[in-house]
Design a protein around this ligand. Structure first.
Ligand code: SF4
Length: 375
């Protein structure tokens, strides 16, 4: 099999959805008691039939997470470098058809942002841009990483999908992880939400993790935007994608995020609302299904939810995030990609983590392990 697309094309969305919703209490009990779980167990755990077992799932998830990761929580912060974007995405404040002032940070501005972020204690940074290939391209990323890397042990990217050789070219600049969310695995709905621009190519996005694996990227982040389609079916395809990648590119590590659609300027109403209990169910289902996977939760979620979910299987959190280019120091009031829900500072989040008996970790590997900058 040359890419995930070949496997994906053997599945039918409606059949998968029906099989998730037809799970019974007996299927859930079997999934909970199993010692070696498979994708069918994951289906049972995310099904409506598992809802009455949330307490059992939460306990099991917490137990597995502590065994594998200890009582630690990694902290990271996003740095938005640009809000220029050639794509139309119905759910995003940076969409091409949204008439807002566009901004791409200059070298001086990147360093200004870095200075402010460093004062907050971070050592793990996620560089984020829109998809504007003329402005924010591989050379722009190389330059940004050269500026940023001396200040952080760990640099991740969330930008447009690139070619394999482009990812390879970024590795010597200290690239550690790449996040690329499919948004939805529902092919027809994907088209509706991405009517214009390179992102409208569903297959190219679907095959991006394969290109990352072939390029030897250390860690990949997967996920869907919850609210666009039935979250259970979308999560099944995410888990299927994850299982495929773990076998095909076993040297890489993986993380999953659970962004729920948030309000933004000119915003889209979610087609499907996922409540807090359902999100807890999904987090626990991932952990019970896959002991190795890193699970990440961002400041899109509310204070109360983040306080309560911290011990249930999450391994990394963002804190004090700004979702506009220049948001930390240069232009704090500019248009955001989406509204932040948890506005607490990194110090407050670190305090919260400690108060629950966990240790906040500001980086996930030592800078001495970084590949030398030898281009
Ligand atoms: S989601 Fe990404 S690609 Fe789509 S409009 Fe927003 S920044 Fe651009």
């Amino acid at each position: 099999m040359s890419s995930f697309k070949d496997l994906f094309n053997t599945y039918c969305w409606d059949e998968v959805k029906e099989s998730i919703y037809s799970n019974t209490e007996a299927d859930v009990l079997q999934a909970l008691q199993s010692t070696k779980r498979n994708i069918e167990d994951f289906k049972a755990l995310i099904s409506p039939a598992a809802e009455p077992f949330l307490e059992e799932m939460a306990q099991l998830s917490q137990q597995i997470s502590q065994k594998r990761f200890g009582k630690t929580m990694q902290l990271y912060v996003p740095l938005y470098l640009s809000n220029e974007c050639n794509n139309i995405c119905t759910y995003c404040g940076f969409s091409f058809d949204n008439k807002v002032r566009r901004k791409t940070l200059t070298d001086r501005e990147i360093l200004q942002e870095v200075e402010t972020i460093k004062k907050k204690g971070y050592d793990h940074i996620l560089l984020v841009t829109g998809e504007a290939n003329q402005t924010v391209h591989v050379d722009y990323f190389k330059n940004a990483m050269e500026l940023v890397r001396p200040h952080f042990s760990n640099v991740s990217l969330e930008v447009q999908p690139l070619e394999q050789d482009e990812y390879e070219a970024l590795l010597p600049y200290g690239l550690h992880a790449v996040l690329v969310y499919q948004e939805t695995y529902h092919r027809e709905d994907y088209k509706k939400h991405h009517p214009k621009g390179k992102k409208s190519n569903f297959d190219y996005r679907l095959e991006t993790p394969d290109r990352l694996g072939k390029a030897g990227i250390h860690k990949m982040g997967l996920g869907v935007l919850i609210g666009l389609e039935d979250w259970r079916t979308d999560s099944f395809f995410t888990a299927l994608h994850l299982s495929y990648l773990e076998k095909a590119y076993w040297q890489s590590k993986y993380s999953i995020s659970f962004p729920r659609l948030r309000p933004f300027s000119g915003g889209l109403e979610p087609k499907v609302n996922m409540n807090d209990r359902e999100l807890v169910q999904l987090i626990c289902a991932y952990r019970i299904f896959n002991e190795e996977i890193e699970l990440s939760i961002s400041t899109r979620e509310s204070e109360i939810f983040r306080n309560n979910v911290l011990k249930l299987g999450i391994t990394s959190m963002s804190a004090g995030s700004k979702t506009n280019p220049g948001g930390y120091a240069v232009e704090p009031e500019a248009l955001k990609q989406f509204e932040i829900s948890d506005e607490r500072s990194p110090e407050q989040i670190a305090q919260l983590i400690k108060s629950q008996g966990y240790e906040p970790v500001w980086k996930d590997w030592d800078s001495s392990l970084t590949i030398p900058l030898d281009k």
